[in-house]
Ligand binder design. Structure first.
Ligand code: ZN
Length: 298
């Protein structure tokens, strides 16, 4: 397992972590500069932040600052209620792949969606099997396109508390079942990365009794991204109360050890949504804290 105690070259910042500074939206261009100034070598930006600044602008700033991406957030949201919705989701996901390519991302992260309409407060139906079937078909279709572009897709299983509105894939086992179905492993093939794999976010999967076994099942080829933050007790908001590493109950080094035992050698990406705490602080303080905690709690 890599020793992170004396440097932070394997730290990446998911830009949602500093999307606000002192409660005010922070442009992605400023986030890039603040990261580069601290010797942070990678980020994982969100599409809305990229769109606000302009794709070309961001591609240029990344290059000028020598920053890599550890992922691109995000594609997905496959379940829909009609054919027009399916086409819109397909087109939007293809654009996400194009943007990921343009920015040089190592993978496009997929938050797959769940019951259509639930995120807006009114689910169109209660058929989880249908939602999962649409997720399967949506990923199968996108995978063809992503493969043609050479962009790996990383399914991110979300904690079951998001099963209704954000993702009906809630365990690593579920995600890997889909990977094996849609992108079977060629036996004895090269050690490169699979076209379809997973993003392991400790916030979503830390509680899973099968976690270690499923990480071993994934292996290096399917482990495309590793996200860290912490689970606070109590958690006061289902979406925007994630903790800084070391402030909660997740044994992050243990999980990182399992991931790295498989040969994962990528970034540990800090992804914190924190409306009342970290987003209220100055982003420079938040980044400095991420660096410090990366060394002692990741
Ligand atoms: Zn994540």
């Amino acid at each position: 397992m890599r020793d992170f105690s004396s440097d932070h070259r394997w730290l990446s910042i998911n830009t949602a972590t500093v999307r606000r500074s002192r409660g005010v939206d922070l442009p992605l261009t400023e986030i890039i500069e603040a990261c580069a100034r601290r010797g942070i070598r990678a980020i994982s930006p969100w599409r809305d932040q990229v769109a606000a600044a302009g794709l070309d602008t961001i591609a240029g700033r990344l290059k000028a600052n020598g920053l890599a991406l550890s992922g691109y957030c995000r594609g997905g949201m496959f379940p829909v209620t009609d054919e027009a919705g399916r086409r819109a989701a397909r087109d939007d996901n293809r654009r996400a792949v194009d943007e990921a390519c343009e920015l040089g991302a190592p993978c496009l992260v997929l938050v797959v969606g769940a019951l259509p309409g639930a995120l807006a407060g009114k689910a169109a139906h209660k058929d989880m099997a249908l939602a999962r079937a649409q997720v399967r078909d949506g990923i199968a279709d996108l995978l063809d396109y992503a493969r043609s572009m050479g962009m790996p897709l990383a399914i991110e299983p979300l904690h079951p508390m998001y099963a209704a509105d954000r993702a009906c894939i809630n365990t690593l086992e579920q995600a890997l079942d889909l990977c094996d179905e849609l992108n079977p492993q060629p036996r004895g093939a090269d050690a490169g990365r699979a076209a379809l794999g997973v993003a392991v976010d400790v916030y979503h999967v830390w509680w899973d009794p099968k976690l270690k076994a499923q990480i071993e099942r994934a292996g290096a080829r399917r482990l495309l991204a590793f996200h860290v933050c912490d689970w606070l007790t109590p958690t006061t908001d289902l979406l925007n109360d994630r903790g800084m590493m070391g402030d909660g109950v997740i044994d992050i080094p243990r999980i990182r050890g399992w991931v790295e035992a498989q040969g994962f050698d990528g970034y540990s990406e800090v992804e914190i949504f924190s409306a009342r705490n970290w987003w209220q602080r100055d982003h420079r303080q938040v980044l400095d804290t991420c660096i410090e905690r990366h060394r002692v709690a990741v």
